[in-house]
Design a binder for this molecule. Structure first.
Ligand SMILES: Cc1cc2nc3c(=O)[nH]c(=O)nc-3n(C[C@H](O)[C@H](O)[C@H](O)COP(=O)(O)O)c2cc1C
Length: 386
């Protein structure tokens, strides 16, 4: 349990007390300093590298988080977990918060369990449960735009009711000892860009880090993320701020940091089919050694192991459905022949899928001109699987 900090902003932010320029973004020296900083520092926890995997419902299950963490990421976040359903043990819900990065290369990467909800008692209870199972951070979802979620008063709907949002935040901060973080959008719509004000109040209530997806709720996934607008949140708080939205490679990560002055970046869709991408971006930002990225048969073997883990984690029926999404992304990256792609995505026998993966994915090579794997543009996806 934690006492509320005083009413001033608190925390061990990634920058000093001097505010960073607002709409114009931070100066060049701030950015250079930020790029050299190896970690985002929270009370009792350093998140390094400052490149994180975003929560994605139906995607960032334990097998995918483990895979991303094994290449290197400063933080991975669970799928959104509905707090009341978690406490009441609705079937399948607790699996979304499953932890298990304690082995191998992934062991150094902390996991945040992300909670959604609109009632303080469920949020607090679910946070206690997640902490009890080993979550290193609790993240509060204030960004989900899906009607199913926001229509019920959770997710991004909380940005329309900051007083209520603050009561949930305080309940969660009081309930656990691990850092509590917040993920939100710029506001509900362009007339209510209240992220800086909510961030200021949340930090004063004890939130240790704030991630901002640079779109409003009403934009869903349309348009482009406004990284410069995130600078207003950065200027409002002394806790670390993480920029999110449309960051897919080193170039977009650099631009997002430069425009926002954020302490780190969070990537979602850019890691689909490319679990190494956060590690690649992190290495590029600090001019460090690139992670070893599997190509050809090694790529097919990685996908095969991931496939088997998904089936074993979710069970065959759900596992096949979850796995199809990831296989489709892997095949996008490898530009798999359309007929073979169809055959794999409609196969019912795991053995048949595994047998075809070397042919389907063996052609994958990194793009030499960028040593990157810019993901194919995808239509926006729904957040509301949770
Ligand atoms: C399929 C999908 C599911 C998502 N689920 C969640 C979620 O459970 N919780 C959340 O805070 N954001 C969720 N998001 C939003 C992402 O975390 C992220 O904010 C958004 O995709 C923008 O980042 P990106 O451009 O790097 O993907 C989801 C996004 C997608 C595409």
């Amino acid at each position: 349990m934690r006492a509320h900090p005083p009413e001033t902003d608190s925390g061990t932010g990634g920058r000093g007390a001097a505010p960073v320029g607002c709409a114009a973004g931070p100066g060049r020296s701030d950015v250079a300093a930020a790029e050299q900083r190896p970690a985002v520092r929270l009370p009792g926890l350093a998140l390094s590298p400052p490149v994180f995997l975003a929560p994605m419902a139906g995607i960032t299950d334990l097998p995918f988080r483990r895979l991303v963490a094994s290449f290197g990421a400063g933080l991975v976040v669970s799928e959104m977990v509905a707090s009341q359903e978690m406490v009441q043990a609705r079937p399948g819900v607790r699996a979304r918060a499953a932890l298990g990065l304690e082995e191998g290369a992934a062991a150094h990467c902390p996991t945040a369990v992300q909670l959604a909800g609109r009632e303080a008692r469920w949020m607090a209870e679910a946070a206690r449960m997640a902490e009890g199972s080993g979550a290193r951070l609790i993240d509060i979802n204030m960004g989900c735009p899906a009607r199913k979620v926001a229509g019920g008063g959770s997710g991004s709907a909380l940005m329309r009711d900051p007083d209520h949002a603050l009561s949930l935040i305080r309940a969660v901060v009081d309930a656990v000892s691990v850092p509590v973080t917040l993920k939100m959008r710029l506001g509900w719509d362009e007339t209510q860009l209240n992220a800086p004000e909510i961030a200021r109040r949340a930090a004063a209530a004890g939130v240790a880090m704030i991630t901002v997806h640079g779109r409003t709720r009403c934009q869903f996934y349309r348009g482009r993320a406004d990284w410069a607008a995130i600078a207003r949140v950065k200027a409002a708080v002394n806790v670390p701020v993480i920029a999110n939205g449309d960051i897919t490679d080193p170039e977009t990560a650099r631009r997002a940091r430069s425009l926002s002055g954020a302490d780190g970046v969070m990537m979602g869709r850019g890691a689909q089919g490319a679990p190494w991408q956060p590690a690649l971006v992190a290495a590029a930002l600090r001019n460090g050694a690139m992670p070893e990225i599997p190509e050809g048969r090694a790529f097919a073997a990685m996908a095969g192991r991931h496939y088997e883990e998904m089936l074993s984690f979710h069970g065959r029926s759900l596992g096949l459905r979850v796995a199809r999404k990831h296989l489709a992304w892997y095949m996008d990256r490898a530009a798999t022949d359309p007929a073979l792609r169809r055959e794999i995505l409609t196969a019912r026998q795991p053995a048949a899928v595994l047998a075809r993966l070397p042919e389907a994915l063996g052609g994958f090579r990194l793009r030499p001109e960028t040593s990157s794997t810019a993901p194919p543009r995808q239509p926006p996806q729904r957040e509301a699987a949770a």
